[in-house]
Design a protein around this ligand. Structure first.
Ligand code: ZN
Length: 446
């Protein structure tokens, strides 16, 4: 299977210049190709392919001799990347995606990279890597690999750090997946309050890395804006310093987030054979446009992506349920649905069986139940909505987190609801009024 390994590079001044030259040429080719393609289309609807553009390269190199000073294959790869960008764009259009993202011109200010598809050699012993035209670059190999090197990508972050990412074919076969067994399956509910709640009752808190750094980010942004106006938009050394500081801070936050997500996904995959999740159409899941929401959704998609490929690597099952199954509102023990459950209700009592639910744990248990039910793993004659939990999850949760069953409370709550309904329907029988009042007041016990 293909795996990629990423290492930090420590180039010398001369190597750094050679990198800059490569990055510049690759960006030039990408932007030239994008412009050529767009112009041809606007002129007479000509669609230029990768090969059409590639055929124009020799002439372009004659016009701009400096392009010949870098690895020719890196330039080819750049055309290939543009081609992929177009393919992905048309795929998104076809799928009817909300944000289709037309291929953009590349800027010097963003994260940059170039690829070397061939002739790369790694020296694990001396910590060196050589690519065409640039030799013996110092690299820290924090882990080794065995296999055939496919593509090597050199990248430069916004804060000026260099990395190499090596794609390796290790000719190992993906492990087979075990049969799905409710006993070794887990349900996960992803949320805003806690990052994840498991069907075992465990809650994994949201780390809020961004919020912790938000003050410093805001401060640096203000400083940079001030430096910009003070120098009438001219890029000064001090402004560059602030920009690098800001970029470093963003990188730190995203590294912390990735570490957290990697640790969590690896742990869940080690501990379980089957993972059940809600199918996240993330853009639909967070309906507000608040910053916290967008950050959470970015983390969720990154987390789900990790689970998908790690399940393949380690031979585990991943089962998704539809987004519209009523996972929060349904009692995971008896199937009764609390129609009026509000987002603010963190705990609720089932009026049918009296189980006291933690909202998110109940949702996680339901996600597991639905997922296994959809796989026909819960063989029951009674429909799902009238079933008793067969998974023993509730019992396990009760033991762990002290979930209680309260029959009397359930009965009173049911009566309470009934009373409210009667009042709403305009029932004015005076003899019943007293009973209703009594029922309602007894609610105040809690
Ligand atoms: Zn119930």
């Amino acid at each position: 299977m293909m795996k990629s390994y990423k290492y930090r590079l420590y180039p010398t001044k001369a190597q750094e210049e050679a990198f800059a030259q490569h990055l510049g040429c690759v960006r030039f080719i990408y932007n030239w190709a994008l412009e050529t393609k767009n112009k041809a289309y606007i002129k007479d609807k000509t669609k230029m392919s990768f090969f059409d553009l590639s055929a124009k390269l020799p002439a372009l190199k004659k016009e701009n001799p400096w392009l010949s000073e870098v690895n020719a294959q890196a330039l080819q790869s750049s055309l290939r990347n543009l081609d992929n960008a177009y393919t992905n764009f048309f795929r998104r259009v076809k799928q009817g995606a909300k944000e289709v993202g037309f291929p953009k011109f590349k800027s010097r200010k963003n994260k940059q990279s170039f690829q070397c598809p061939q002739r790369v050699s790694l020296d694990f012993e001396n910590g060196k890597i050589s690519i065409p035209k640039i030799f013996e670059i110092k690299v820290v190999f924090h882990r080794k690999f065995k296999g055939e090197v496919k593509t090597t990508t050199i990248s430069k972050t916004k804060s000026g750090k260099y990395f190499v990412s090596v794609l390796v074919e290790d000719s190992k076969v993906l492990p087979a997946k075990p049969k799905i067994d409710p006993k070794t399956a887990i349900g996960i509910d992803l949320g805003l309050k806690d990052f994840a709640v498991l069907s075992t009752g465990e809650k994994i808190a949201n780390q809020r890395f961004n919020e912790k750094a938000a003050k410093r980010i805001a401060k640096l942004n203000r400083k940079m804006a001030k430096q910009k106006t003070m120098n009438k938009g001219v890029h000064t050394k001090n402004r560059e310093k602030t920009r690098v500081k800001l970029a470093r801070l963003y990188e730190k936050v995203s590294n912390q987030r990735d570490d957290f997500l990697h640790n969590l996904s690896t742990r869940l995959i080690r501990e379980n054979q089957t993972i059940c999740l809600e199918d996240l159409n993330v853009s639909g899941m967070v309906k507000n446009h608040k910053l916290s929401g967008s950050i959470a959704s970015a983390s969720w998609s990154a987390f789900v992506r990790m689970l998908i490929y790690k399940c393949e690597w380690y031979g585990k099952n991943l089962v998704f349920i539809g987004r519209f199954e009523p996972s929060s509102k349904m009692c995971s023990d008896c199937g009764w649905t609390k129609q009026d459950l509000k987002l603010s209700d963190r705990e609720w009592v089932c009026q049918k069986c009296g189980v006291e639910h933690d909202r998110d744990v109940n949702a996680a248990v339901n996600i597991k139940t639905f997922a296994l039910h959809n796989q026909n793993l819960i063989k029951e004659k009674i429909p799902l909505h009238e079933r008793k939990s067969t998974l023993g999850e509730i019992e396990a949760c009760k033991a762990r987190s002290g979930i209680k069953r309260n029959k009397t409370k359930a009965k009173v709550l049911a009566k309470h609801d009934e009373a409210l309904l009667r009042i709403r329907d305009g029932e004015n029988d005076t003899s019943k009024a007293a009973i209703l009042e009594k029922t309602l007041s007894s609610d105040r016990v809690w």
